[in-house]
Design a binder for this molecule. Sequence first.
Ligand code: NI
Length: 216
Amino acid sequence: MTSEQTTRRRIRLAIWTGAAAILLAAGAGALILRTDPLPAAPLASTIGEADIRSEFSLTDHTGRAVTEADFAGRWQLVFFGFTHCPDVCPTTLAYMAGVLDLLGPRADAVAPLFVTVDPARDTVPVMADYVSAFHPRLNGLTGTEAQVTDAAASFRTWYERVENETAPDGYMMAHAGHIYLMRPDGTFEAVFQEREQPPEDMATLISARMGAWGDR
Ligand code: NI
């Protein structure tokens, strides 16, 4: 082999190694994307906000059948997750509880809703136990698989069962991590993520939007 051939071969090898490294990194990134939390694309850029509606038929953590009509006239703070979630759900629910407390008297006009995407495990008593650990006013909502699917569809949110040998019962639920702020008429106002601002800022933003709504 001439030295020229050797050089060419080295260059080719370097290119392939680089490409493989990029593919590996992309693959690892994709894997991270597939597990909880899912760093979803900004919602407004991927779907029409007008399509997001608070419409559901579920059972609350006291065993009462509820629909969006039960929360009509109040703002809704809505988060989809599951009680076996190791990190994002407890972090986000604790954050939502903090926001509620920071809203002070305005929190009376806000219904905080935690909707499970894992109804097989998150039964009424499990939800009752779980939500009480975060905030006395937090509503835990569960239902049949079909009811949960429908609720998630009306909010245009995403979740998926992921088999995982190390997880309890051998699976996890991957899900988007958005906190929806829905208006008193059930239409979409805004979406937040816990990591994007401290609770003080989110409380201020909600307060401002509530004030602007009242001025309409
Ligand atoms: Ni979670």
